[in-house]
Design a protein around this ligand. Structure first.
Ligand code: E4P
Length: 213
């Protein structure tokens, strides 16, 4: 499973990239807004740090403007994946992008049928938001599993990005479900590295070493 980081924060991206585990980056308008910096400037910095798919989201709600914005974003670097919301207009734009050879991540996916439509329109990725499904009392991982099954049964090339990850168990479950990608906030990536028995083990090894030598 590929691991993307879900952030627009340059320090977080640099730190996670330095661990040698990063395959790509996803951003969204909220994450960009949090940084309080120029959108294109941030994306240009990210592509210099990570050599993998970098999702940059359009703001427009109609297909024509989505395509205009997406084409500008795609010009930044070959690794740019244009992120569009899962709407009828988003589907139209996805079809146009796919015909132009521009990669698309269809975001805000909350049902298997939405994922199916996105795949049919030519999406490279779909992003089911499993944490937000959990938040309203349903099981987000069921959605991820349904999408993966449908893509496998019907042979779609579209890849599933398990998104809206809230904790390390989400990542484990997404990997077990066969998700192509999980996009993970920095906080959760850090949590994934930690285990109290690892810390205790290191402490004991060093104590034994220092006692002997
Ligand atoms: C995915 O690409 C989104 O950026 C993200 O996972 C949304 O997560 P949230 O529900 O924590 O905002």
């Amino acid at each position: 499973m590929k691991l993307f980081i879900d952030t627009a924060n340059i320090d977080e991206i640099k730190e996670a990239a330095s661990w040698g585990i990063l395959d790509g980056v996803t951003t969204n308008p909220s994450l960009i807004a949090k940084e309080g910096r120029d959108f294109q400037e941030v994306i240009k910095e990210i592509v210099e740090i990570v050599d993998g798919p970098i999702s940059a989201e359009v703001i427009a709600l109609d297909a024509e403007k989505m395509v205009e914005e997406g084409e500008e974003l795609a010009k930044i670097h070959d690794n740019i994946v244009v992120k569009v919301p899962m709407t009828k207009e988003g589907l139209k734009a996805t079809k146009i992008f796919s015909e132009k050879g521009i990669k698309v991540n269809v975001t805000l996916v909350f049902s298997a049928n939405q994922a199916l439509l996105a795949a049919k329109a030519g999406a490279t990725y779909v992003s089911p938001f499993l944490g937000r499904v959990d938040d309203i009392g349903s099981t987000g991982m069921d959605l991820v599993e349904e999408i993966i099954s449908i893509f496998n049964i019907h042979g779609y090339d579209t890849q599933t990005i398990a998104a809206s990850i809230r904790h390390p168990l989400h990542v484990t479950d997404a990997a077990l479900a066969g998700s192509h990608v999980s996009t993970v906030p920095f906080k959760v990536l850090k949590m994934m590295t930690d285990h109290p028995l690892t810390d205790i083990g290191i402490e004991k090894f060093l104590a034994d070493w220092n006692e002997a030598f």
